[in-house]
Design a protein around this ligand. Structure first.
Ligand code: SF4
Length: 404
């Protein structure tokens, strides 16, 4: 069945966030183990998921995409597989894609080939009439999952008990759940990206004497030390799993710190070590090493350049022919850069393969399934954020847009 614009679709169970009374701490990487069906984000695909071996997948994706026409807008994050990226109407990092979606109010369906927090941000920034679809609900983000609503609320309560909360401005990285963005908005903070983290932290420190930086400790530390001239001693790490209720820190440490870094990290960028840099310099004489600021501080210190995904792309685009680059970011992007710049040597920083396993959940069978379902009048895997959560998260996103 093909639907017409404006026709109401029958929705499969949606993935909702921000509902009062449903928040609780989740274990990390809860992917389809069957141990706790309540907490596992849906790994079932209602209807028929085509097998990866189906030789007609590309043709089926093309046909469904053509049938949906302007009703659908397909977003592809830079870390997605080539087989998926070929169907993206636009590519980019998470914030660019959310803004691209908001700039397409005529698209009824935003098909987000990325991970869960990105789809949430797109839902927050798009109109109520637009439906955001994540082709596989198991495409989460281990970093975002490292800061849960309950953990962050407990941290804030501890800061209040110590009389510190009034001095603290929260700054959350884009790679966080809608709940954490809402927490940040509620407490007068801002969202940041890896491109504007310096401005976000500077702004926060003009309003308070401390920053609670969520959820990526490495981006927070690299920003504070390398871009704002703080020392490592100005930074402490709040560990939500430490015994007691002060994140493994003493009251004195919390009083003295300027940056309270949440103990979270990216499981992809966190893998790179200083040895990777030493090894690649030995293997490729004269190589330039460029890494993402989600990498460990020691890796960033050993590299030649640091930059967001967009900066990595533009740096290699503008590099002279014949130059050699070792890139410390997700492998799908590095491989695409290598293919699209045959006049340069572009290699992955690590010797071993490392994709973002959750990003890779979005494959061609899931994209075909999502597009065909939508074309056949069945709304699947919709990501929705509750109104109150969305409004508070939007305040933190708007603050980011207003950063000086
Ligand atoms: S690359 Fe890292 S931060 Fe990005 S989605 Fe994967 S785990 Fe999350």
């Amino acid at each position: 069945m093909t639907t017409m614009p404006g026709q109401i679709l029958q929705a499969e169970p949606a993935a909702r966030t921000g509902r009062a009374g449903t928040r609780r701490s989740l274990p990390l990487l809860v992917l389809g183990t069957g141990a706790d069906p309540d907490s596992e984000r849906g790994v079932d695909c209602p209807g028929e998921l085509p097998p990866a071996s189906d030789p007609g997948l590309v043709e089926r994706a093309r046909a469904a995409r053509a049938e949906l026409g302007d009703r659908a807008f397909v977003l592809g994050h830079h870390y997605q597989r080539d087989e998926v990226i070929q169907f993206a109407d636009v590519t980019g990092d998470s914030f660019k894609l959310a803004k691209d979606a908001a700039a397409r109010p005529g698209a009824e369906f935003i098909v987000f080939c990325g991970v869960h927090f990105m789809a949430e941000s797109a839902d927050i920034l798009t109109s109520a009439a637009q439906k955001v679809v994540l082709p596989d609900l198991a495409a989460g983000c281990s970093m975002a999952d490292m800061a849960t609503y309950n953990q962050v609320e407990q941290c804030w309560e501890a800061l209040e008990d110590l009389g510190l909360a009034d001095d603290v401005i929260p700054v959350t990285y884009m790679n966080s759940s809608a709940d954490i963005k809402a927490f940040t908005g509620r407490h007068g903070g801002t969202v940041c990206t890896s491109s504007n983290a310096r401005r976000a932290v500077s702004w926060a420190l003009s309003r308070g004497s401390k920053v609670l930086f969520l959820p990526d400790q490495h981006l927070g530390r690299n920003t504070a030390v390398l871009e704002l001239g703080m020392s490592l001693d100005d930074c402490v790490v709040w560990d939500p799993h430490a015994p007691g209720d002060t994140g493994g820190l003493s009251a004195e440490q919390l009083h003295d710190a300027t940056m309270i870094l949440w103990r979270g990290h990216c499981s992809v960028h966190g893998r790179f070590s200083p040895d990777c840099v030493t090894d690649v310099r030995a293997r490729i004489p004269g190589v330039n090493v460029i890494v993402h600021p989600e990498c460990q501080h020691e890796v960033v210190l050993a590299a030649d350049h640091i930059g967001s995904t967009e900066k990595i792309i533009s740096t290699i685009e503008q590099a002279p022919a014949g130059s050699a680059w070792a890139v410390g970011t997700e492998l799908n992007l590095v491989q695409r850069l290598a293919v699209s710049h045959p006049d340069k040597t572009v290699v992955f920083l690590d010797k071993t393969v490392c994709y973002c396993s959750t990003m890779n959940r979005i494959d061609l069978p899931h994209l075909v399934w999502a597009l065909e379902s939508l074309a056949n009048g069945r709304l699947v895997n919709q990501i929705t954020v509750g109104d109150q959560t969305a409004a508070q998260a939007r305040a933190a996103l708007d603050q980011m847009l207003a950063l000086p």
